[in-house]
Design a protein around this ligand. Structure first.
Ligand code: PHE
Length: 454
């Protein structure tokens, strides 16, 4: 099916713009905050091994599937399924994605708020002279406080909405083009410092030597969730971004570049963090605070630490921002299309609703510390369930849709840009999305939640 482009609908202006925006969505706190701490909790090397396998075998096919649906329909995740008319149940997958975006943004922006606090601490020299233990206490004191985590969270939500209101081209593209390469450069510098700390080798061994005895059903599910989270897939973000991509763009090369860059940055973050973790005697399984203790500890030990930590937290906040923009964009596109709201109204409505949930996430160690379920606070619940349950489920339905419902010809046409590219791999892709990906995701998922048992 060929869509007639809607003249009102924006699209990305250049090939580089598409890459920057998609990579901007993928690269964020998922790589630098979440990957290291989840890997640390799940045994290091074995987790990395699973993670890499999932990115390659499942992440790339899901990512390509999303972009293909988006570009084919030029719609939001819900509108896309409606438009393709393959049954009334399919738009529910889009609704699930929009809800995923909702919940993920709610806790993600809380962490993004932490980066602003850490930027503030860098500028005011707040880490100076503190030992790793003291840095840990400092983080906890901040997180357990009442106002600060909430205010920073709200500041971040306002920044995100402001950019989303201004639209795709002016907003998203402009910010990602310059700053992502800088983030990469500073991570390299951090890794070098970390690797030259005494005792760094143990950290490298932890990250790269798989100890398969540490793998449990839950570890496998977490590796899958993390792979999807880091690539921004499973909830329609890339259906939305795909809908801004023009017909002459090569989708598969975009997908390959973005997933390589995303994976490289996650590993690089691991290389910066784990040697320091071992050198400073930090517990690798410390949890969500790992990055926020390890990195300031490194900055304490390097020439120009003040400068680098300030620059780093600016860039981390920007990396988070290019990801939060992409989450909010999912909800906003949906509101614009389905509720027929103007972009500005839709953005404000979405931000207010998300911020309401997010308040509880940001205050999970402070005001709302007593709100717990299954031993998890609001933040923990949103973090665990949306990443490990909603994203794999979303990814499952998306590949099933592309593999079994979209039609081989549409898939081939999209991958080859109506025959102008060779796209010889399209049958391999079809095989992956028909059989390999759905079966693998289903097995990991059911095994992870305990319905089947290997
Ligand atoms: N991939 C982003 C990150 O790694 C997070 C994200 C998840 C963004 C899902 C959009 C959708 O930080």
């Amino acid at each position: 099916m060929n869509s007639i482009p809607d003249p009102e609908r924006e699209s990305f202006s250049s090939k580089f713009g598409i890459l920057a925006a998609t990579a901007g969505s993928a690269i964020g706190l998922g790589n630098i905050w979440r990957f290291p701490y989840v890997a640390g909790e799940n045994g290091g090397g074995a987790f990395l091994f699973l993670y890499l396998g999932f990115v390659l075998a499942l992440g790339i096919p899901v990512m390509l599937s999303e972009m293909l649906i988006g570009r084919n329909t030029l719609k939001s995740p819900v509108g896309a399924f409606v438009k393709l008319k393959k049954g009334r149940a399919w738009p529910l997958v889009g609704i699930m994605g929009v809800s995923g975006a909702f919940f993920i943004l709610a806790f993600y922006a809380a962490v993004a708020g932490w980066t602003l606090e850490y930027l503030y601490q860098s500028v005011t020299n707040g880490f100076s002279g503190k030992s790793p233990d003291e840095l840990g206490d400092m983080f906890n004191a901040f997180r357990e406080g009442s106002w600060r985590p909430i205010i920073w969270f709200l500041v971040f939500m306002v920044m995100t909405s402001a950019i989303v209101i201004s639209g795709v081209k002016k907003g998203i593209e402009k910010y990602t083009k310059i700053l992502m390469p800088l983030l990469l450069a500073i991570l390299v510098i951090l890794s070098i410092r970390s690797l030259t700390l005494p005792g760094a080798g143990e950290g490298l061994r932890f990250l790269f030597e798989p100890d398969f005895s540490k793998i449990t059903a839950n570890t496998i599910l977490q590796a899958l969730g993390q792979a999807f989270f880091s690539l921004s897939i499973g909830m329609g973000t890339l259906i939305t971004y795909g809908s801004y991509i023009t017909k002459n763009n090569n989708l598969s090369s975009t997908v390959i570049s973005v997933s390589l860059a995303d994976t490289f940055i996650a590993i690089l973050a691991g290389v910066a963090i784990f040697p320091a973790v071992f050198a400073f005697g930090i517990d690798p399984a410390a949890g969500e605070d790992l990055t926020f203790i390890a990195l300031p500890s490194i900055f304490q030990q390097m020439v120009g630490g003040y400068f680098f930590s300030t620059l780093f937290f600016v860039l981390l906040a920007v990396a988070a921002l290019t990801s939060t923009i992409s989450m909010l964009e999912v909800v906003v596109t949906y509101f614009v299309e389905e509720l027929k709201l103007k972009r500005k109204r839709a953005t404000i409505l979405a931000s207010v609703l998300i911020s309401t949930i997010g308040l509880f996430a940001a205050g999970s160690w402070g005001w709302f510390e007593n709100m717990t379920l299954f031993g998890k606070n609001v933040f923990g619940l949103l973090n665990f369930t949306s990443v490990n349950l909603l994203l794999p489920l979303g990814g499952f339905f998306i590949v099933i849709f592309v593999g079994w419902f979209m039609g081989g010809k549409v898939v081939k046409d999209e991958l080859s840009n109506e025959g102008s590219l060779k796209a010889r791999f399209w049958l391999v892709f079809l095989f992956l999305v028909r059989f390999v990906a759905p079966i693998a995701i289903a097995v990991v998922f059911l095994n992870g939640i305990g319905i089947i048992n290997f």
